[in-house]
Design a protein around this ligand. Structure first.
Ligand code: ZN
Ligand code: ZN
Length: 226
């Protein structure tokens, strides 16, 4: 009895040490790309605000995060602008009560495109507006762009990266190409728009910056700044 237990332990011990060896081998063979992915994932996980510190009435029911540039629909439900824009693109009804979303809510959102306060912010990311000027990226997208950009700078000595990656905006995949500094929706590659990164934070209401993520800066803010 004792012997068989010992032999079981022995077997268990052996398979465990094999497992350990395999783990070690795998971790040692992690190349730079692997390290980079891990780092990007770590950085991205920091972007999500902890749910328990977001007051219930500020939480977006779609992304479960703090509502960014919140948009309240005629039915009274509030979402991040980009979250409800994604819903509108697919079904045109409120994600909670299924009441129809009027087109103007999405196409001409009220001016809440002011920049959010962010400590230690060093860069701005913009994409070209269809009718001239630039839109600033929404906070979460912008932070994601910066993380990918930084990791590309760190890893560019081996030159294996083509500088392209995919981000999700309103639930649609967009290809961002840092070599050409363009972005396009993955299913519409011929409709690319220029993007740009600027060091420092430009003055809000600057002539060519129209707002954030397709939401114009409120007229009153513009006047104050002018
Ligand atoms: Zn949301
Ligand atoms: Zn609703």
């Amino acid at each position: 009895m004792a012997d068989s237990e010992n032999s079981k332990k022995g077997q268990y011990g052996d398979s465990k040490s094999l497992e350990e060896k395999e783990k070690k081998r795998k971790s040692e063979s992690l190349d730079k790309e692997g390290d980079r992915v891990v780092q990007v994932e770590k950085d991205l996980s920091k972007l999500k605000i902890k749910e328990d510190i977001v007051p219930f009435d500020m939480k977006c029911p779609i992304c479960q995060d703090k509502s960014r540039h919140p948009l309240t629909l005629p039915c009274g439900h509030t979402f991040c602008y980009l979250c409800i824009k994604g819903v509108y693109a697919r079904q045109k009804v409120c994600a909670l009560c299924r009441q129809a979303i009027p087109q103007h809510c999405i196409v001409s959102p009220p001016g809440t495109g002011e920049r959010e306060e962010e400590e230690g912010r060093k860069t701005c990311w913009y994409y070209e507006a269809k009718s001239g000027g630039w839109w600033e990226y929404e906070e979460r997208v912008r932070q994601e762009l910066e993380i990918h950009y930084q990791s590309l700078q760190i890893n560019n000595e081996d030159n294996q990266d083509d500088g392209q990656f995919v981000i999700y905006v309103s639930g649609f995949p967009y290809v961002v190409d840092f070599a050409k500094m363009i972005q396009y929706r993955q299913d519409k590659p011929n409709r690319s728009r220029r993007i740009k990164r600027e060091k420092g934070v430009a003055e809000e209401g600057e002539e060519l910056v129209r707002g954030v993520a397709g939401i114009p800066i409120a007229p009153s803010i513009r006047q104050d700044d002018n």
